[in-house]
Design a protein around this ligand. Structure first.
Ligand SMILES: [Zn+2]
Length: 193
């Protein structure tokens, strides 16, 4: 929410995130580069058509009314036996793309997959920024580190706020050991009042 306020005040170009939970958008952030996709979208592997996870759930439920639906996480166990029992309990009918009949998958970047266009957009923005802020990331996953390196190569200053070490600590002009919520909220208050 603090980042969204900084954007609103014209102090932040956008947020590049490895999270797939849409929380930046829900906080009001307008420019969000989702480097690893988003959990609430489903993409067709053939035609690229994007639909919502909620729509997929509706279609799956309509086609599989007799399939057990357990929504209490405490009662779901993930074991080979549980998988077999679930498979035997229903004849599951998968759904395909309504446009072309292609296979569907969550719009999340899996290991080994290519990165989405958001990565290029974030790299372009990093090439034109004055400051790059790392907020709550160890940068252990390379996509984030690439963006930081791009910004530094273009002459930007690096500010790191994180609990624990990050892969870019040695390159930072300012390094804050702490949580993003406890630090960014008061910082935003001071910057924009
Ligand atoms: Zn399709």
């Amino acid at each position: 929410m603090a980042l969204a306020r900084l954007e609103e005040a014209g102090l932040l170009t956008g947020v590049a995130t490895q999270n797939v939970d849409r929380l930046h958008s829900r906080a009001g952030q307008r420019t969000v580069w989702e480097l690893h996709g988003a959990y609430d979208r489903v993409v067709c592997l053939s035609c690229g058509r994007m639909t919502s996870r909620a729509d997929l759930d509706e279609r799956l439920t309509a086609l599989n009314p007799d399939c057990p639906r357990e929504t209490d996480p405490a009662r779901v166990s993930i074991t080979p036996e549980a998988d077999r029992a679930a498979a035997e309990a229903c004849d599951f009918t998968p759904v395909m793309c309504e446009e072309c009949g292609g296979l569907l998958k969550p719009d999340i970047v899996f290991f080994g997959e290519g990165l989405p266009p958001a990565m290029d957009e974030a790299m372009r923005a990093a090439g034109h920024c004055d400051v790059v802020l790392v907020a709550g990331s160890s940068l252990a996953v390379l996509t984030g580190l690439w963006i930081v390196r791009q910004a530094l190569a273009s002459g930007a200053e690096l500010v790191v706020i994180n609990r624990g070490p990050t892969a870019a600590d040695q390159l930072a002009s300012v390094r804050v050991e702490g949580g993003t919520s406890e630090f960014l909220a008061p910082l935003t208050d001071r910057l924009i009042g």
